[in-house]
Write a protein that binds this ligand. Structure first.
Ligand code: CDP
Length: 222
């Protein structure tokens, strides 16, 4: 039996996981799953329904009843839906969602529900999955694990360009604070904090283009 190709990419906020994972999945012709988008979808739904982001059981109910991730429709990408409507990148990446997503993601029962969904998607075939706990918790048996880092300055610079394109003007100072705060919450939470898996390859992307990172991962995959 041939092992199924699973590539787990973890790393801190704005380290380039999304861009790299998408390019890599395209190059390999496999599905790309952005687990951050699933947490963001739940944060978005909580804001829309005025669900308290500290109310764990209400969040789990909201996830079970209203959020859906699916590969249907487009072969290469897992898409996320709220009450049957696909969420757009602008909705998922809006600053209000970003401000609360790490609070939503710290609840153990929320993570349990997410991980169950993520494993269900991964069971469908070869996958590139990006997040914080993919190599450590979601797919601990993945044959290829990458821990993608970058300096805070490089991450702030990239996020700024991304937001400018979306017409959002945020100062470098505010972005530095937001990224450092999210790193702190993600690294210090009790359940599956952001950690490098012992067998993960570390790639520092501060000085690399996304294409160069993808080349490096492809040479690791062999
Ligand atoms: O902004 P960036 O693309 O770096 O983050 P993201 O991948 O969209 O994830 C948004 C937030 O969701 C993170 O800051 C984490 O709090 C949470 N998350 C998580 O806890 N576990 C994952 N596997 C993915 C995201």
């Amino acid at each position: 039996m041939t092992a199924v190709l699973q590539i787990a990419i973890d790393g801190p906020a704005a380290s380039g996981k999304t861009t790299v994972a998408r390019l890599l999945a395209q190059r390999l012709g496999v599905v790309y799953v952005d687990t951050g988008a699933m947490y963001r979808a739940l944060a978005f739904a909580a804001l829309q329904t005025q669900t308290d982001v500290d109310n764990e059981s209400a969040l789990v109910r909201l996830f079970d009843q209203q959020i859906h991730a699916s590969l249907a429709g487009e072969a290469q990408l897992a898409r996320v839906f709220w009450k049957g409507a696909e969420l757009t990148q602008d909705e998922l990446e809006s600053p209000v969602v970003t401000a609360v997503v790490s609070i939503v993601a710290a609840h153990p029962l929320v993570r349990e529900a997410m991980v169950r969904e993520q494993r269900r998607i991964a069971a469908e075939g070869a996958v590139v999955m990006a997040g914080r706990d993919i190599g450590t918790v979601v797919l601990p048996g993945a044959p290829c694990k990458i821990f993608l880092t970058a300096s805070v300055a490089a991450r702030v610079g990239r996020r700024r360009v991304q937001l400018e394109k979306a017409g959002v003007d945020v100062s470098a100072h505010e972005l530095t604070q937001e990224i450092e705060e999210r790193d702190r919450l993600d690294e210090t939470r009790k359940i599956s904090p952001l950690r490098k898996a012992p067998d993960a390859h570390v790639i520092d992307s501060s000085e690399l283009t996304a294409e160069q990172v993808v080349d490096e991962i492809c040479s690791i995959v062999g």
